[in-house]
Design a binder for this molecule. Sequence first.
Ligand code: 1HE
Length: 262
Amino acid sequence: MTGTGFRHLSVTLEGDGIALVRMDRPDKRNAINDALIADLGAFFGAPPAGAKVAILLGAGDHFCAGLDLAEHKERDPFGVMHHSQSWHRAFEALEFGGLPVVSVLHGAVIGGGMEIAMSTHVRVAEPTATYALPEGRRGIFVGGGASVRVSRILGADRMREMMLTGRRYDARAGQDLGLSHYLVGAGEGLDKARELARTIAGNAPISNYMMLTALARIGDMAMTEGLFAESLATAMTQTSAHAREGMAAFLEKRATDFKEES
Ligand code: 1HE
């Protein structure tokens, strides 16, 4: 199945419930304009029925070159606030919408491209991947969530140094720093992403849902609240039909058969 109605995304629903979501502006290095943000928000806000996992990638030689500097228009502070928040809404839908997302990172993972990438749950990098936050050179600031999501991974100290000096991290350094979870050979990213997506799709849907919606939020809480929220999440999960099926399948030495729960 191929999705329609998007301006800069091409979507294919493969077998096994894997949705291939490709940012499709290779001539502009998949730079993010308002239409692409709207497409990402629309897809991840309402993923197609049957999608269990998404793989997000960029067409051509780059994942994403960040904010579209050509379509960038001057706005008043209110306008910039709305624009930044439109990115936040799209990437919130991506991170917390309930659909696990595996990204394939290659070439430029720059500025807003890094902000999208760090919203994805599992990141596979190829050797060409380059990470940078050149906002300081352009006279702007991050506005798509990097101060939170990149900081969580690198720490505010390292992110600040990266922005101040314009440092670029290559794929090896990115892997060592946690910007990617897997570093594979040239051209091997999509195969690895499919392998990981199939594993994720085999988990109980309710467990995946809790991992996506609870863990990052619990990480933001103080210990008492975090432990309480964990107990609530486990109470929801462990009393589900998926838990009964998952544990029974193990004890009966058979494959699991997870049905969608209401
Ligand atoms: C673009 C963009 C873009 C390419 N906006 N048009 N992002 C940046 O500062 C990154 C800017 N881009 C680059 O550094 C380079 O383009 C790349 C390293 C990504 C790729 O280099 P290369 O040699 O493969 O391509 P190119 O020749 O530089 O670009 C090809 C075309 O894509 C060219 O257009 P053309 O009409 O001349 O063919 C470029 O203008 C166009 N292009 N990147 C618009 N970003 C919410 S805040 C987020 C803030 C940010 O994201 S700041 C980071 C912005």
